[in-house]
Design a protein around this ligand. Structure first.
Ligand code: AP5
Ligand code: MG
Length: 183
């Protein structure tokens, strides 16, 4: 199964991704995790990305597309994967389509995890990652609504989007996801 996971910052993508990849035996491709690892290892890409991440802005498309294009060809992705936090712009979605068309492996489903803003602030304020300061959360939300949410229409037109209500316990939300994926 090839899945794209879309949702605002703090919606619980990472939390649910852990369960989804365990049950459905998928590779977990989180561009946020990849960038944080690169930042901590002080690689060229990591140092470049740090400024954008700290401000709550998206890292430039060419950087991200390069990272994913390399990772998606790894052997562990052959059995399926969950893309968590990618694509986040129309340009990234088009680049992904081009990659997948070339190897004839289309996406199966796009999960939209829906959570209201007040709850996102509540969840992120209680976590304390470097980009979880209120003013940075605000910027991340602006980036989501301006640059990422248009993807719901992009994938909606292809008939791929399934909406998951993201309020409730982690177990309840996972059950909703299972209902969609088991179909
Ligand atoms: P990224 O790492 O993707 O961060 P994000 O989208 O802001 O999302 P988070 O990881 O904060 O939230 P999540 O939805 O995974 O929620 P989580 O499960 O952690 O991106 C970070 C940055 O990297 C971006 O700002 C950008 O700069 C850059 N970047 C990454 N990808 C990029 C791309 N494709 N293009 C350009 N730039 C890119 O949960 C959040 C909290 O809520 C946790 O504390 C959790 O325990 C709690 N929680 C989870 N579920 C529940 C629940 N049901 N009830 C109560 N609490 C819950
Ligand atoms: Mg995450």
């Amino acid at each position: 199964m090839r899945i794209v996971f879309i949702g605002p910052p703090g919606a619980g993508k990472g939390t649910q991704a852990e369960r989804i990849i365990a049950k459905y035996r998928l590779a977990h491709l989180s561009t946020g995790d990849m960038l944080r690892a690169a930042r901590d290892a002080k690689t060229k890409i990591g140092i470049q990305a740090e400024t954008y991440m700290a401000a709550g802005h998206l890292v430039p498309d060419d950087v991200i597309i390069g990272i994913v294009a390399e990772r998606i060809e790894d052997a562990d992705c052959h059995g399926g994967y969950l893309l968590d936090g990618f694509p986040r712009t129309i340009a990234q979605a088009e680049a992904l389509d081009a990659m997948l068309n070339e190897i004839k492996t289309p996406l199966d489903v796009v999960l939209e995890l829906r959570v209201p803003d007040e709850e996102l602030y509540r969840r992120l304020s209680g976590r304390g990652r470097a980009d979880d300061k209120p003013e940075v959360i605000r910027e991340r939300l602006v980036a989501y609504y301006n640059q990422t949410s248009p993807l719901l229409d992009y994938y909606g037109k292809k008939g791929l989007v399934q909406v998951i209500e993201g309020l409730g316990t982690v177990d309840e939300i996972f059950e909703r996801i299972e209902t969609v994926l088991d179909k």
